[in-house]
Every structure is written in structure tokens, then in C-alpha cells.
Design a binder for this molecule. Structure first.
Ligand SMILES: Cc1cc2nc3c(=O)[nH]c(=O)nc-3n(C[C@H](O)[C@H](O)[C@H](O)COP(=O)(O)OP(=O)(O)OC[C@H]3O[C@@H](n4cnc5c(N)ncnc54)[C@H](O)[C@@H]3O)c2cc1C
Length: 375
């Protein structure tokens, strides 16, 4: 068992960290306050080869593993949780999904421009009446019409949708679920950008599909394969996105340590008080435990080991840990932690999302328990 990250993962981590410190850190607070997606940074990431880390080189990617993909997401999230979310969504939910499920023509057509950051992708599963019960509650339909498919429905809470060019859409025909690749030019409408508690700057929107007609070359795999694509996709999404809350939590801990070494009360640094020390000790321990679980789940994903309990446990623990650590960091900052003059409140607002997106904490518990009971 090797607890050291592979050299190539360390090299990507350092590259992403340097880029994020230079380009994202100066505008992280502005991204949140103005709820603005920094398109220019996203495009630069594409030019630098940071998008599509797991995509094979023949499609412009770096051909790396999921651990490296996760570590890159952790570094971006350390500086901006919301850019991390949009990055993780584009990279994993869309690019990786297409790479695993698309045919050669689909990959050749869509992957290079998505990897280069010239186009943005979004994955459309959730609907107004279908969240946790994404399959059973799905109302978006597809219908075969000769050589074409017609798709109708409304998706909601879709990350990147307001800016997206490519939409991976799930639809059903009775009990048959299928995935389609849609383009904005097909007539996809994104009428509403949703205002949120946190993750501001990562645009979340509604996607309206009215009589969208596409050829059968847009169907992914085959009719009826949507359910298996969704379930495998959720597993990959959970294993990789777990690194988002880890990045946010690591930043909150670093800030809390610095502040504890500077702030004085009763003639002492607050870090000298044992009640503050206890908080720091727990924050560190929980973060390290979350990291180890995330490393394991991401490595299992790269090695194609199919066990949904690890990915679900990884994101469940990482997200709960991040909520707790960012909350503790606010407490260590006292009144200043509660103000917008410091970024602590942003960290908490951003962290909470990871207990909801990619299946809620409650659903993750069910996934873990079901897998355990089956063993
Ligand atoms: C910022 C943001 C970005 C998102 N990005 C995307 C995206 O890119 N693509 C996409 O498709 N979706 C996305 N989502 C949607 C997200 O996956 C859903 O919000 C999530 O799955 C929960 O669905 P819901 O909001 O409808 O809650 P509901 O399913 O209505 O759940 C409400 C509450 O009931 C609980 N609950 C539900 N069922 C059970 C059960 N069986 N047992 C116990 N408790 C239960 C839930 O845990 C929750 O606490 C995003 C959401 C947000 C907020």
C-alpha cells in the first residue's frame, strides 16, 4: 500500500495549484459576489490541457486516471468552490461520460472542442418532479420518428446549462431510458438561471426541450441503455466530485490555522487555547480521513472495481466533513468569520452543495447500505 501520490499526479496537482493561485485566487471573491462564471479562465484551462484529464490523447485529453482528475478538482476548489463545481461537472459528468459511453464518431465530433474549452458541457438528469427519484419520476420523453428521435421535457438544477453548448440528456419511452447528445443549435432553451445560497459563479439553470428532433447518431449506445449509463455515471461522479469538498475544507483549515496563530485575546494567541486546539485537531483528522477514502474510491474507479458503496461513502463523508470544517473555521474566526469581509462564509455556503448534488446524503446512505446488505 503506497500512501504517496504518483509523480504524474503530483505534477498535475502543482500545475493546477500554480495556475489557480495566479488566475483564480485574485477573483474568487468577485466570482461569488457577482455570480459570474469566469469564461476567460475556463478557456485558459482548456488551452493549458486541464480539461479532459481522463480523456485519451487521441481526442486531445491527457489520458490520466481518476485520482489525478480528483486531485486537480481539489486544487481548483481550494481557491474557488464554484469554479471547481463547473470544472468537475464539465470534466467528469460530461467528458468522461461521453468517453465511456459514446461511439467513435460521437467522441471524434464532441470531445476535442470540449477538451479544448471551446465548448461547455452539461449533464441533464434532474427534473422539477424528479430529483432523488430521477428514473421513476422522469417525465422527459423520447419518441422514434422514422430515422429521427423527438425529445420533449424540462430539466432543472443543471450545472453549466446557461452557458452550455452540448447537453447530455436523459429521456424515457415508457420503461426504456436513453441518453442523447443535444446541441444548443438543436433548439435547446435555457430560459432560467437559478439564484443560489452558494456556488455562485457556477451557473445552474433550467433546460427546456420542445419537440427537439435529432438523428439517431445522437443516441448514446442504444435505446434502453440510459439506466445503466446513469448508474455507472453516478458512481464515477461521486468518486471524483468528492474531491471538491475536500479542496474547500482544506482551504478553511489553512485559514483557521493562520488565524489561530495571529489573533490575540486575553494576551495570548487564540491558538494557545485548548478549545481552539481541539477544533483544529478534529478538523485535520477528519480532512485526512476524507482524503484517504477519496483516494481509495478514485483508485477503485480507475481500476474498474465495481462497488458503489465506496464512491457513495467517499462523497458522503467528504461533504459532511467539509460542512463541519467550514463551520468550525467560522467559529475560530469569531465575528469576523460571519462577515463578508472574510471568505469563510463563502466556504460554508459552497460546501453545503456537496451534501445535495450528485445524490443527497440520504440517498448515498441508502446506496451504501444496499451494497453492504447485498454482499
Ligand atoms: C447547485 C446544484 C447543481 C446541480 N447540478 C446538477 C446537474 O448538473 N445535473 C443534474 O441532473 N442535477 C443537478 N443537480 C440536482 C441534484 O442532483 C438534486 O438536487 C438532488 O439529486 C436532489 O433532488 P431534489 O433537489 O429534487 O430533492 P428531493 O429528491 O426532492 O429530496 C428532498 C429531500 O428528501 C430526501 N429524500 C428523497 N428521497 C428519499 C428517500 N428515499 N429516503 C430518505 N430521504 C429521501 C432527500 O435526501 C432530501 O433531503 C444540482 C443541484 C444543485 C442544487
Amino acid at each position: 500500500m503506497d500512501f504517496k501520490l504518483p509523480d504524474e499526479t503530483i505534477a498535475i496537482r502543482d500545475l493546477v495549484s500554480e495556475f489557480s493561485k495566479k488566475k483564480i485566487e485574485p477573483i474568487a471573491s468577485k466570482i461569488d459576489k457577482e455570480d459570474r462564471f469566469p469564461m476567460e479562465i475556463f478557456r485558459e484551462m482548456g488551452k493549458l490541457g486541464l480539461l479532459g484529464l481522463t480523456i485519451p490523447e487521441e481526442y486531445g485529453g491527457a489520458g490520466l486516471d481518476f485520482l489525478t482528475d480528483g486531485v486537480a478538482l481539489e486544487e481548483i476548489s481550494y481557491f474557488s468552490g464554484s469554479l471547481g463545481l463547473s470544472y468537475g461537472d464539465h470534466n467528469n459528468l460530461v467528458l468522461d461520460n461521453l468517453n465511456r459511453n459514446g461511439n467513435k464518431e460521437q467522441k471524434e465530433k464532441y470531445l476535442p472542442s470540449l477538451v479544448a474549452g471551446q465548448k461547455i458541457g452539461s449533464l441533464c438528469l434532474t427534473e422539477p418532479g424528479a430529483g432523488s427519484d430521477a428514473l421513476g419520476g422522469m417525465k422527459t420523453t423520447y419518441e422514434r420518428k422514422g430515422e429521427s428521435y423527438e425529445i420533449n421535457g424540462t430539466k432543472t438544477f443543471i450545472t453549466n446549462a446557461p452557458n452550455a453548448d452540448v447537453f447530455l440528456v436523459y429521456a424515457r419511452n415508457g420503461k426504456s431510458y436513453s441518453q442523447f447528445i443535444l446541441e444548443r443549435e438543436d433548439g435547446v432553451e435555457t430560459p432560467k438561471k437559478i439564484k443560489k445560497l452558494g456556488m455562485r459563479g457556477s451557473p445552474t439553470g433550467e433546460v427546456v426541450l420542445r419537440n427537439i428532433t435529432v438523428g439517431k447518431e445522437r443516441l448514446v449506445r442504444a435505446e434502453g441503455q440510459g439506466k445503466s449509463i446513469i448508474l455507472n455515471g453516478l458512481n464515477a461522479e461521486r468518486a471524483v466530485l468528492a474531491f471538491g469538498p475536500i479542496g474547500i475544507a482544506r482551504r478553511a483549515l489553512d485559514e483557521a490555522i493562520n488565524y489561530s496563530n495571529q489573533r490575540e485575546q486575553f494576551g495570548k494567541k487564540i491558538g494557545e487555547f485548548e478549545l481552539i486546539q481541539e477544533k483544529l485537531a478534529y478538523m485535520f483528522t477528519r480532512l485526512e480521513a476524507a482524503k484517504l477514502l477519496a483516494y481509495k474510491a478514485a483508485t477503485m474507479l480507475s481500476e474498474n472495481v465495481s462497488d458503489p458503496s465506496y464512491a457513495a461513502a467517499s462523497i458522503m463523508f467528504a461533504s459532511e466533513t467539509a460542512t463541519q470544517i467550514t463551520r468550525d473555521a467560522i467559529q475560530i474566526f469569531g465575528g469576523y468569520g460571519y462577515t463578508e469581509d472574510y471568505p469563510l462564509e463563502r466556504y460554508l455556503r459552497d460546501a453545503i452543495l456537496y451534501e445535495i448534488g450528485a445524490g443527497t446524503t440520504e440517498i448515498r446512505k441508502i446506496v451504501i447500505a444496499k451494497a453492504l446488505l447485498k454482499k
